[in-house]
Write a protein of this length. Sequence first.
Length: 589
Amino acid sequence: MAPACPSDPTNPYVCWEGNYADWMSDFLEQHGQPRLQHNDPRLLQDDFTMPDFCFLDGPDPDWDDLCLQWSKNDYTQLDVNVNWQIGDRVSMISTTGLSEFSSDAVSDWQLLGMEFRRDRVESEVFYQEFQFNLELFGGRVDFITGFNYFQEDSESPRGALYNAVGSSTYANQTANGNEWGCVVGGNQGPFCSSGERRLRKTGDSYTFQESEAYGLFANATWHLTDRVDLTLGVRESYDKKDFLNTLYASDNFIPEDGVSATVHDKDDWRETDWRTTLDFQITNDLMVYVTASQAFRSGTFSVQGVDCATPLPPGPPQPCPTYQTRRPSAPVPPEILRNDEIGMRSEWLGGRLRANVTYFDMNFTNRQGASQVPDPNSATGFSIRLVNQGDVDLDGMEIETQFAVTDRLTLDASAGWVDYVMENPCVNNGIFLFPPPVDRSVTFGGRYEVPVGNGGRFSLGFNFTRMGPQETHSGGLTPEQFAAFGCQSPEQNIAMAGVDSRYRLPGYEVLNAMLRYTSAGGRWSAGLYGNNLSDETYANNAQAFGRGYWGAGGPVQPGSINAVPRNAIAEYRARPREFGLTFQYNFFN
């Protein structure tokens, strides 16, 4: 949280009023501890320890199990596959699938003991596909056709988000007693509908969606010559969705009837996907190909914000004094992905060396993603919603090699890079793609096998991976970028609000190894593994919480305390060095 006190550089402690950093500092101060400061040792403890504060049960910073994070998941799947050889040149494959999934989890996005975020999902899926395989024209054409059906009922059962809040507010920049929860009396703060002390309850909602998808497909591979094949494929898709969301009364939403408000929407989409591939077997050991394809992802719906029934006066965001009305859900159009690809598959040195190279150029149209959207009823002036983020151009290359140095020693390596350009940074609220691809990665490994006299064998393997850095946020836009891209939105502060949420997750290197013994005939095997042997400290995910969490919310006013960029970073660390044993028994060989 640097700077901790923009108004007084000599003060190392948080000095502004409102939001998490101030509230936590107030609670700590009430219990005889210093206020928070930059790189506070109570927050930044060691490489793998979260802060052990828990403020959900009160202002006492001692840990309480109410702040435990947990996840419970249950997944059941049944598949039935039927193969029928109808004739010498005709066969049919039937695939039937049934699945049930349930998940119940509690998380704390800030990892500070200030939040109880319940996330529940229930899903039931039925899938059926019939595929027919035919040989036509004396075997010169391999033809595949069929149809499939997908149906899913999914819901997110009702579950509210609870936040520990303080009484100081950023709407009017007053301290309001600096107490936990709501203040009894007239000075109630922005999140309290009555005077009792309690947690702030937000996002209390229920969501249900029924999805159906039908597909009719055909694919033909024409053997033009013994070395040249042409593949043409097409799929006609029809998707439809029925969506319902109910938002219940909470501290940030009091509907007109005082109980709940429901929005409902449904839509359907048709699209034709296709693929064209030409491959040329130049020699028995070298094949090159070129392909072009297009696929679509069905549209969806975005839950909109709420509007205050009473017009609010100009100035900083403030709570709605009367009931609020819900906006209808907003449609989000389907994504279209166009991929052009060229590649080579080859073997050299009598088959001991294998090398594959692929170059691709992709274009996303109407990419669906989460963006900051202006919201005058939010204390920060914006909310996060699923929107059409515009178009994205991506291109990259992948290289894979495998080399049998001897009959016992095999080495393999792969590398890849991806570059992209956001065509609509104004809509995306930034120049970075989220979730991001890894723009550079390299993997190198090997395996050495030693047979033993009883027919079994030992194998020693290793794997080294180097992953490049990743952007973890769309990035926001500086005033200069906002002007350069020609953004027309009057809500420039929305673009600026994400600038201090930018964070580039550093790259990392990991070395793993495995020693395995496999019995004669392969009936059983046992292994000793070591992961992250160099004990690298790295994260595979991260997020930065910008001034909307740590400073005064609302539009950025030049010269004000909330105009100073600052953030807090939460990294989700990968596992440190570890060793383990594995055992596997094959009941059927």
